[in-house]
Design a protein around this ligand. Structure first.
Ligand code: EPZ
Length: 416
């Protein structure tokens, strides 16, 4: 499948931002802990959500859509293995490990492996689970895990890994006693996971800070109803699209406090950004300016997932911008594709220097990964003429109806 974009049109309109991919994925795994029915309101329709649903159904859970809500009944769970074909579809399936261990006392899954943006190791996940008492054998690409009795412990993460923090939180609920996770990731999606777990009846506190404390569940947990947090990266992507094309957009279900590092850079580049409690308005009239170096970092630093969309916006304008990608080792795969549109970008290892050009032109390009593909859309909105973006399955892993959303904002875009 491809997206065809006739660029050069200013954007104008308003949009309600989808539920957050990086919040709903760990919450779908956490449903296993309830042994009951959980209703996830405003669950986004994404490839990665479909993969998680297939995993839950493989484990024996009943899962069904009810309009915009997803209902997960994990009372019928019978299995504890995730087959390779499902692990390979979504490497972040590893977040199921902690939940399955806590519920079943054992788990079998294959090594998730790397992806387009990097090696994506899971050593921190495994060492956190081993600290809780799990016995994990890695053999021939498989992980055979047994945890006859998990025990609360002090876990110290050497990197504030989002996934490792989530896996440790979920496994710790099945452990006897108290677990403290230090140097925990502080992303808003971790806070949303904590809110969900508290609704199940679990005792989890501190999410959003570097120290999360989990008391092992002494009573069985129960189901709940939870509205998924708005997707701050999708919001950042639409803001960058509007910055790129020019015009004015109004986003609902977008909290500036969750993407302030991005809005600060967009303001510095010359955009007018105004925000309400749950909304953000961006207007861009004059040319964008280059900004001070953009260094990606764990939250609340500049999010690595917004690096490519922002880069796309800054390819056209005055001055130059230095990007330093500190989180993943291969996150500039969109650069060659942007260059086909006339962008002037030099990459040296983790550093990319973007020299603003007066104009971009439409081109045939292909999405290389999720956020890189979204960046190509943002650039195509500004490019003169038609762009065709191929391999959009990458984009559909994380953006719900991207073409419809951009059309709602005034873009001339068709999916074919
Ligand atoms: C989550 O990935 C997100 N994915 C990513 O979003 C996001 O880019 C990333 O966090 C950073 O914010 C989901 O939430 C599903 P990490 P995750 O563990 O958990 C290293 C997107 O586009 N590391 O915080 O895999 C790792 O290599 C995706 O939506 C280890 O060395 O990221 C990286 O350099 C992409 N060992 C750094 O830590 C480990 O055991 C941060 O990774 C784990 C991670």
């Amino acid at each position: 499948m491809s997206l065809m974009i006739e660029g050069g049109r200013r954007l104008s309109g308003d949009l309600t931002v989808q539920g957050a991919k990086n919040s709903v994925l760990p919450i779908l795994a956490a449903c296993i802990l309830s042994g009951d029915v959980c209703v996830l309101q405003r669950c986004p329709h994404l490839e990665d959500v479909d993969t998680s649903i297939d995993i839950l159904r493989h484990l024996g859970c009943a899962v069904r859509w009810n309009g915009p809500d997803l209902e997960v009944d994990s009372s019928t769970l019978t299995r504890w293995d995730i087959p390779d074909r499902l692990m390979r579809r979504m490497r972040s399936s590893v977040v199921f490990l902690g939940a399955i261990l806590a519920r079943c006392g054992q788990a079998e899954l294959s090594y998730p492996g790397g992806c387009a943006i990097g090696a994506r190791p899971i050593d921190l996940h495994l060492s956190a689970l081993r600290t809780l008492g799990a016995c994990i054998r890695e053999e021939g690409g498989s992980l055979n895990c047994t945890a006859p009795g998990l025990t609360g412990a002090e876990i110290v993460l050497s990197i504030p890994s989002v996934g490792a923090t989530e896996n440790a939180m979920l496994a710790a609920i099945g452990a006897k006693g108290v677990t403290t996770i230090s140097n925990a990731a502080r992303e808003p999606e971790i806070v949303d996971l904590q809110a969900f777990l508290q609704k199940l009846g679990a005792s989890v506190h501190g999410a959003g800070t570097s120290t999360v404390v989990v008391e092992g569940a002494e009573q069985p947990l129960h189901g709940c109803c939870h509205r998924i947090l708005g997707d701050r990266i999708a919001a950042a992507t639409y803001l960058c699209g509007a910055a790129s094309a020019g015009g004015e957009v109004f986003l609902r279900d977008a909290r500036e406090e969750h993407l302030s590092a991005v809005t600060a850079v967009l303001r510095e580049a010359g955009c007018d950004v105004q925000s309400g409690a749950e909304s953000i308005r961006l207007r861009r009239d004059g040319p964008l300016q280059g900004v001070r170096p953009v260094r990606t970092a764990p939250y609340p630093g500049f999010p690595t997932d917004a690096q490519a969309p922002l880069m796309a916006a800054l390819t056209r304008g005055k001055g130059c911008t230095v990007f330093v990608e500190n989180i993943f080792e291969s996150r500039y795969r969109h650069v060659d594709e942007l260059s086909r549109m006339g962008a002037d970008i030099r990459v040296e290892g983790r550093v990319a220097v973007v020299y603003g050009v007066p104009r971009l032109h439409g081109a045939q390009v292909r999405a290389t990964d999720l956020r890189g593909g979204a960046a190509l859309c943002a650039a195509a909105l500004a490019a003169e003429g038609q762009s065709v973006i191929a391999e959009i399955h990458h984009i559909e892993r994380g953006y719900e109806h991207l073409d419809e959303s951009l059309r709602q904002l005034g873009a001339n875009i068709t999916r074919s």
